[in-house]
Design a protein around this ligand. Structure first.
Ligand code: PMP
Ligand code: GLN
Length: 393
């Protein structure tokens, strides 16, 4: 008799192959060593006070029981209004919006809802760590299209070659973690063309949509023929600097959103009742808020990039997000993972090895990722500490 748990054990074993999330692991390492944590991406200051006040008011007003399954009506309306305001997109808040437990749940629920076991999902590499796990949970397979430095561009031939008879969807992250790439219109058009030609679905992860320093965010769903086949995912965590609240959302055609909602029902059912009206408040903030948040983060990007260059890293300047990818070779390391293991003890700074975002870790050997969503004095102190490493390896 076979062990009835074997199939599940195989899944757990595969998920264990992804490690604990590398981000949580690096935060634990920072705690243990008392290091400056430029690993996991979270800001070291709270976001807009009026958004926090709205959550506190919602708790005081008794918004503490299960919210409606698709999300509270005011947040769904605010998400639809946001899509209209920033991108001119028409979204029906009643049928085309689902509130989720962060973008993470939206991504997992979308893949579980839209893929059959054995289907293939096309992803660009480097890829955010939860994608591989979500694809594995669905019993699907991932097909990887490399983004090549320094511009993190892809070869359309490699995208075309990744498509086969079992391809079900393309999972696109723009702006992109860890590279800070903002996919250009020509690149999005190429992705859209392939989706239309092969009748594929698209799932987009746009959690950094407002944290852009160069270029412009264009949702893939706004391209011709894409609205009817795309689930667009975002989250309040990054935009409002409240990453622990875990309010995300998925927008798309009613039939796809309904499928994602069916899965979400049995993952978390509902989530974050008092945070939902607070995020609705955030989404209605003025343009100055959104521009100011990006400008402040952009200053952090400039500060950290210049500092890293100054102490011997080669930096791939990001155009968006919380993150910069840097090469440790000039400091005397050949392996970013070894650098990340050793730097906390040697100089008290934590980073994330870029290898965590690759199927084949050797593809990213000398690269590491630093987060710059921190106060200027924290970034300066991190750079000072990293400066003590030169020639030390
Ligand atoms: N996608 C990307 C690319 C991310 O960097 C993150 C980290 N926040 C997420 C999804 C997860 O977002 P959330 O915290 O809203 O689940
Ligand atoms: N998205 C964050 C990062 O890339 C981390 C989120 C998490 O820990 N899963 O650092």
């Amino acid at each position: 008799m076979g062990d009835p748990g074997t199939q599940r054990h195989q899944l757990v074993t595969r998920l264990q192959g992804f490690g604990t999330t590398i981000f949580a692991e690096m935060s634990a390492l920072a705690e243990r060593t008392g290091s400056i944590n430029l690993g996991q991406g979270f800001p070291d200051r709270d976001g807009p006070p009026e958004v926090a006040e709205a959550a506190i008011a919602a708790i005081r007003d008794g918004r503490n029981q299960y919210p409606p399954g698709p999300g509270t009506p005011e947040l769904r309306r605010a998400i639809a209004a946001h899509q209209k305001r920033f991108y001119g997109l028409e979204v029906d808040p009643d049928t085309e919006v689902l509130v989720t437990a962060g973008a993470t749940e939206a991504i997992t629920a979308a893949i579980l809802a839209l893929c059959e076991a054995g289907d293939e999902v096309v992803v660009f590499e480097p890829l955010y760590d939860s994608y591989g796990a979500a694809i594995a949970m669905a019993g699907a397979r991932r097909k990887v299209v490399p983004l090549e430095p320094p511009g993190w561009t892809f070869d359309p031939g490699q995208l075309a070659a990744a498509i086969g008879p079992r391809t079900r969807l393309v999972l696109l992250n723009t702006p992109h973690n860890p590279t800070g790439k903002v996919f250009g219109l020509d690149e999005l058009e190429e992705v859209a063309r392939v989706c239309r030609e092969h009748d594929l679905l698209a799932v987009t992860d746009e959690v950094y949509e407002h944290l852009i320093f160069e270029g412009r965010h264009v949702p893939l769903c706004s391209l011709p023929g894409m609205a009817e086949r795309t689930i667009t995912i975002s989250s309040a965590g990054k935009t409002f600097a409240y990453t622990g609240w875990k309010i995300g959302w998925a927008c798309g055609p009613g039939r796809l959103v309904a499928a994602v909602r069916t899965v979400k029902q049995f993952l978390t059912y509902v989530n974050g009742a008092p945070f939902q009206p607070a995020v609705a408040t955030g989404l209605a903030l003025s343009d100055e808020y959104f521009e100011g948040a990006a400008a402040k983060l952009g200053a952090g990007r400039d500060r950290l990039c210049a500092g890293l260059e100054g102490v011997g890293f080669d930096v791939y300047t990001p155009h968006a997000t919380y993150f910069v990818v840097a090469d440790v070779s000039r400091l005397g390391w050949t392996d970013g993972a070894a650098f990340c293991r050793e730097a906390p003890d040697r100089c008290g700074v934590v980073a994330v090895p870029a290898a965590a975002f690759y199927d084949d870790p050797s593809a990213a050997r000398p690269l590491v990722r630093f987060a710059f969503c921190k106060q200027p004095e924290v970034l300066d102190e991190a750079v000072r500490r990293l400066g003590t490493l030169r020639g030390a390896s």
